[in-house]
Design a binder for this molecule. Structure first.
Ligand SMILES: O=C(O)CCC(=O)C(=O)O
Ligand SMILES: [Fe+2]
Length: 276
């Protein structure tokens, strides 16, 4: 019996304004973009995974040192998590921003409890800070992170912040987030580099060019939310592996349709693969 699977999102494709945001600011914010059903099912699927269920159960009675739950790659995906990989909206968004020539890189799942510390400003382009000829050649390739926040976050409560426009600055040692925020790179960027602190309702997503500096604020002990769920899918322009380009499980390949197979047909990262 064929199951009909509609998009998990309220939108079918990005607007021209969204695409402009991507190029000008380096990111697009989609508040409450999941359908109610998809949001609820995704949360259910994630929180009912056995290790997650145990983690949450421990949180409810634990008063020890706060620890995040983190898995990378996140392969234990139910039907909703799985569908995210090539949902029609995601495919339309990737094609409209970076074209057709991209692959699935990897994924992760993170659950952040009350009391967890901040994550400082960073960029996630893994061919930077490595000097192999391969890394140098790949430096300008797109590396796209799609950040999903199934249960959302409030400002100052494990909230994401970004330096808007920071993807326009060449990734040198001098280009630090502090200097960018002090205005020292506005001329190079051709715009004012500004910190944007986000607040997002449940069912939101943020689409970023991983060249932008981004950071995450701490989660206060008295946060109204017991834990914040964050899952991420990463896509890269076709080419050699990035640091975490994951092995595709055999069963994923077997059940993939031809379009999805194309996303998976690339090399995974292995020790030493950049220096051969
Ligand atoms: O937790 C988040 O909202 C983003 C985390 C992040 O920047 C990362 O995993 O690289
Ligand atoms: Fe990051």
């Amino acid at each position: 019996m064929a199951t009909e699977f509609h998009s998990l999102f309220r939108l079918s494709c990005p607007s021209q304004a969204d695409i402009d945001c991507f190029h000008n600011d380096g990111y697009i914010v989609y508040p409450d973009v999941f359908t109610d059903e998809a949001r609820e099912k995704l949360i259910e699927e994630i929180t009912q995974l056995e290790p997650v269920r145990q983690y949450i159960e421990a949180l409810e009675c634990n008063d020890g040192e706060p620890k995040s739950y983190f898995v990378r790659p996140w392969n234990d995906r139910g039907p909703y998590g799985d569908r995210l990989i090539d949902d029609p909206f995601i495919t339309a968004l990737l094609q409209a921003t970076i074209g057709d020539n991209y692959h699935f890189c990897h994924s992760a799942l993170n659950i952040a409890p009350r009391g967890i510390g901040a994550l400082g400003y960073h960029q996630d382009h893994h061919h930077w800070k490595h000097e192999n000829p391969l890394n140098l050649a790949e430096r300008d390739g797109y590396y796209i992170q799609i950040l999903y926040y199934p249960n959302g976050f409030m400002l100052g409560d494990r909230s994401l912040k970004v330096i808007s426009g920071s993807h326009r600055v060449a990734p040198t040692k001098e280009a630090t987030p502090e200097k960018m925020l002090a205005g020292a790179f506005n001329a190079e960027a051709g715009c004012q580099l500004e910190e944007k602190r986000l607040t997002l309702p449940p069912g939101s997503m943020v689409y970023i060019n991983a060249r932008i500096f981004h950071a995450v604020e701490a989660k206060p002990l008295d946060s109204r939310q017991l834990y914040r769920i964050f899952n991420i899918d990463i896509f890269k322009e076709s080419g050699p592996p990035h640091r975490y380009t994951q092995e595709i499980p055999a069963e994923w390949m077997e059940r993939a349709c031809p379009e999805r197979k194309k996303l998976f047909m690339r090399e995974a990262y292995t020790e030493g693969c950049w220096s051969q």
